[in-house]
Design a protein around this ligand. Structure first.
Ligand code: FES
Length: 146
């Protein structure tokens, strides 16, 4: 499949957009400060906190699983059986996630949950973190995926 270019110039902090790459949804999430601050707090709640499994390129093997800390690029396909998780950005009961929920994604098929770096929570059906596709910046606000 051909690489896909994404223009993120209009993507505000706290927003996400989806582009299609090889027939898969790729999410681009512009994490705001609140979202970024959730990541270190979740290290003992996610199954692979340091992304030791090879589900991201080497350059995205870091705490935020990304090239730029604020911009997450991730394939929006659950690593269990391939459903597409839904965004659950708000905290707490207004998203039906319980008061402790710090925000992220919920797979509707069997209940796997993921944080804002696509890391899967422990004891969920999905075995692995969401996949970070190969990508790079061709300009400040333009990403080439693939
Ligand atoms: Fe996502 Fe099963 S496909 S939890």
């Amino acid at each position: 499949g051909a690489p896909v270019e994404a223009d993120i110039s209009k993507l505000e902090p706290g927003q996400m957009m989806t582009v299609e790459w090889r027939g898969k949804p790729v999410w681009i999430i512009h994490r705001n400060q609140d979202m970024l601050e959730t990541l270190p707090k979740l290290a003992d709640q996610v199954a692979d906190p340091k992304s030791d499994k090879p589900n991201q390129p080497e350059y995205a093997k870091n705490e935020t699983r990304s090239i730029k800390p604020e911009i997450m690029v991730v394939v929006g396909i659950c690593t269990h059986l391939g459903c597409s998780p839904s965004s659950k950005f708000k905290k707490g009961a207004d998203e039906g996630m319980g008061a402790d929920w710090l925000g992220g994604f919920l797979c509707p098929c069997h209940g796997s949950t993921f944080d804002f770096a696509g890391r899967v929570y422990k004891a969920k059906p999905a075995p692995d973190n969401l996949v970070v596709p190969p990508h790079y910046y061709i300009a400040d606000n333009r990403i080439l995926i693939g």
